[in-house]
Write a protein that binds this ligand. Structure first.
Ligand SMILES: [Zn+2]
Ligand SMILES: [Zn+2]
Length: 235
């Protein structure tokens, strides 16, 4: 039994394999992220909240996020969700341009290295089984695999699972997002023995999804959990 969604994903994966590199930002052939698009990537504007990495008016230890991001020790994003990065992430996620995982993850690796952030383990925000079937792959898992390879990290011994399907967060406010994903994740595996974990996603907005993952990992016995997203949406 094959759904139209997974057939589409298979076709996209095949096209991805046979075609030469094509820029995720502007579709120009030659590189997965061309020099022109790289030059147009919008960096996050300092000052940033030291805790959640959001663009803030003035530098403070936290922007008020401590009350809602209780399990997440830190949240960091590489760049703003804007311009060529927005196009590239859309193509990566919804059009099956899987090869964009490498250049997108590298942006994040650079950010984490510059900030001196690392952890014992790295894993991805999981997709619910139904969405995974429809899309054919978990974009965040591809990013996490790249991060593990570049930063010499392991995957933790077990699985973070999405215990229930949740409607997409897009278009909703902070409180709605927080309630939508609260308790949505569950750690299934041995005790994490106080070790630190990097939890990886493609895009972060309020950090609610990463926070819900962090809560599940902390309940599973982890130490500090750092959220890492390629791009940050400002709201
Ligand atoms: Zn380009
Ligand atoms: Zn903050």
């Amino acid at each position: 039994m094959t759904s139209a969604g997974s057939l589409g994903a298979l076709l996209a994966a095949f096209i991805d394999l046979v075609l030469p590199p094509r820029c995720g930002g502007c579709r120009r052939i030659g590189a997965w992220l061309c020099a022109g698009c790289r030059g147009r990537i919008r960096p996050l504007q300092e000052p940033l909240c030291r805790r959640c990495g959001a663009e803030v008016e003035s530098a403070r230890p936290d922007c008020g996020c401590r009350r809602r991001l209780r399990s997440l020790a830190r949240l960091r994003s590489a760049v703003a969700y804007d311009g060529p990065i927005e196009h590239a992430i859309q193509r990566f996620k919804y059009q099956g341009w899987r090869r964009l995982a490498a250049p997108l993850a590298l942006l994040l690796v650079e950010r984490l290295v510059v900030e001196g952030l690392a952890a014992s383990w790295a894993l991805a925000v999981p997709l619910h089984a139904e969405r995974l079937r429809a899309r054919g792959f978990n974009q965040s898992e591809l990013l996490a695999a790249e991060l593990r390879a570049h930063m010499s990290l392991d995957a933790p011994p077990g699985h973070l699972v999405r215990a229930r399907a949740t409607p997409p967060q897009v278009g909703h406010d902070r409180l709605w997002r927080q309630n939508n994903v609260r308790g949505a994740f569950e750690w299934q595996g041995p005790d994490l023995e106080g070790r630190s974990v990097l939890i990886v996603d493609d895009v972060a907005t309020t950090g609610a999804t990463l926070e819900a993952c962090a809560a599940a990992l902390r309940a599973g016995g982890s130490g500090a959990v750092i959220g890492a997203a390629v791009a940050r949406v400002s709201i």
